[in-house]
Design a protein around this ligand. Structure first.
Ligand code: MEV
Length: 429
């Protein structure tokens, strides 16, 4: 997309107008546009081939976060999420960051780790050195399993052997196969390679192999984003920019030392990350597992992001975490909406997708901290939450806004209140 993602007033357009605009901006075909709009997303007949015992498909709102600039490129970000305020929060933070040039992001090569657990080994150090000596043989066998990925420049890269001295069942060896998965998330390629080489590993070290599975702590496949914005740009309402910037650093400080706060702080980051991961058909459980394991890598659970004030009055934020996402394979290709979402993002590689996703996580963290350290999140949140409560109470069409207004005026956002207001309005009309 070579057009600006600064779409002022996008939220005021009708659903159809928003889709039309996206179609023009990202050169979407009618089919891709209807996949995004949900009219031709995932059909039950296709879902039938994806998992077992299918009875239908489950919908989630798909919103577009605007204003993002990542590595100098304007990006419209598709986000699949049920929680109000997330898309608006990301768009607002992206707007603030945009004024300072946008997000800078980078990522490691797409290296995944696959593990083979080896038990009943008599001489662990000897087995380790025998395995390392057979490195080339093992890598060659691993690479014979997927000539396509090898042709694309990926495949098994390295072998590492860890001695685990003690566990509830005693000592064992853990073999790590480091595998370049290119533009795929890579679980299938890695697991296939592990299952193929495990008998050779067992033969070389005279042990018994048990687990042969990818690790979701993808710490060789980190992605990172950075933003820098003038403190003054954080001013809003009665809150001065410098005060908000300082408060953001103070709020972040608690997340660095307190797991109770870190869990919520990181949850806010994952609000943004998961929404894009889901929209692009990627495995969000894998991303969640990797993120939280990485947040605990030093032995205690802490913040995934960092915030500081630099010497020139700027607030600087950074975020780094494992980002094992793909743009080929699995639902990323078989799900029409996910395919259209990747096209809208305009990313050409899995690494580029990872970079955008981490930028969205950082934006989401900024939006949450900005709100939490000033007016609080409930004010904005309640308005949107009230819409869901009104709809759950049965309000439709223009009644939704009237029920919402009634609840906000009464300062009671609850199902029973919504039902009362709806009843009164229905009697009157
Ligand atoms: C709510 O979904 C996310 C927040 O709790 C994140 C945070 O506290 O930083 C607002």
């Amino acid at each position: 997309m070579d057009k600006s993602s600064r779409l002022s007033g996008f939220y005021k357009l009708s659903l159809a107008e928003r889709i039309d605009l996206l179609e023009q901006m990202a050169d979407l075909t009618d089919e891709e546009a209807s996949a995004l709009s949900g009219t031709h997303g995932l059909a039950a007949a296709q879902a039938e081939h994806m998992i077992e015992n299918v009875v239908g498909v489950f919908g989630l709102p798909l919103g577009i976060a605007t204003n993002f600039v990542v590595n100098g490129r304007d990006v419209l970000v598709p986000m699949a999420i049920e929680e109000p305020s997330v898309v608006a929060g990301a768009s607002l933070a992206a707007l603030l960051v945009r004024e300072g040039g946008g997000f800078e992001a980078s990522s490691d090569p797409p290296l995944m780790i696959g593990q083979i657990q080896v038990l009943d080994v008599k001489d662990l150090p000897l087995a380790r050195s025998d395995l390392l000596a057979a490195r080339e043989r093992i890598l060659t066998l691993a690479n014979a399993q997927d000539p396509v990925i090898v042709k694309l420049g990926g495949g098994a890269r390295d072998l590492e052997v860890r001695v685990v001295e003690d566990s509830p069942v005693g000592a064992m060896l853990v073999v790590h196969l480091v595998y370049d998965t290119r533009d795929a998330m890579g679980a299938n390629a890695v697991n296939t390679a592990l299952e193929a080489v495990a008998p050779l590993v067992a033969e070389i070290c005279g042990g018994r192999t048990l687990l042969r599975i990818l690790s979701n702590l993808a710490d060789r496949r980190l992605a990172r984003a950075r933003c820098r914005l003038p403190a003054g740009s954080l001013a809003h309402g009665d809150f001065g920019g410098e005060q908000v910037a300082r408060s953001i650093v103070e709020a972040w400080a608690l997340a660095t030392v307190d797991p109770y706060r870190a869990a919520t702080h990181n949850k806010g980051i994952m609000n943004g990350i998961d929404a894009v991961v889901i929209a692009t058909g990627n495995d969000w459980r894998a991303i969640e597992a990797g993120a939280h394991a990485y947040a605990a890598r030093a032995g205690s659970y802490t913040s995934l992001s960092n915030w500081e004030l630099d010497g020139s009055g700027h607030l600087v934020g950074t975020l780094e975490l494992p980002m094992a996402v793909g743009i080929v394979g699995g639902a990323t290709r078989s799900h029409a909406t996910a395919r259209a979402a990747v096209k809208l993002l305009g990313v050409r590689t899995a690494s580029e997708l990872a970079q955008v996703i981490v930028a969205v996580g950082l934006a989401q963290n900024l939006a949450a901290l900005r709100a939490l350290t000033s007016e609080g999140i409930q004010q904005g949140h309640m308005k949107l939450h009230a819409r869901q409560v009104a709809m759950a109470a049965g309000a439709q069409g223009e009644m939704i806004d009237r029920v919402v207004q009634g609840m906000l005026e009464a300062k009671i956002v609850r199902a029973d209140k919504a039902e009362d207001i709806l009843k009164q309005l229905t009697v009157r009309s």
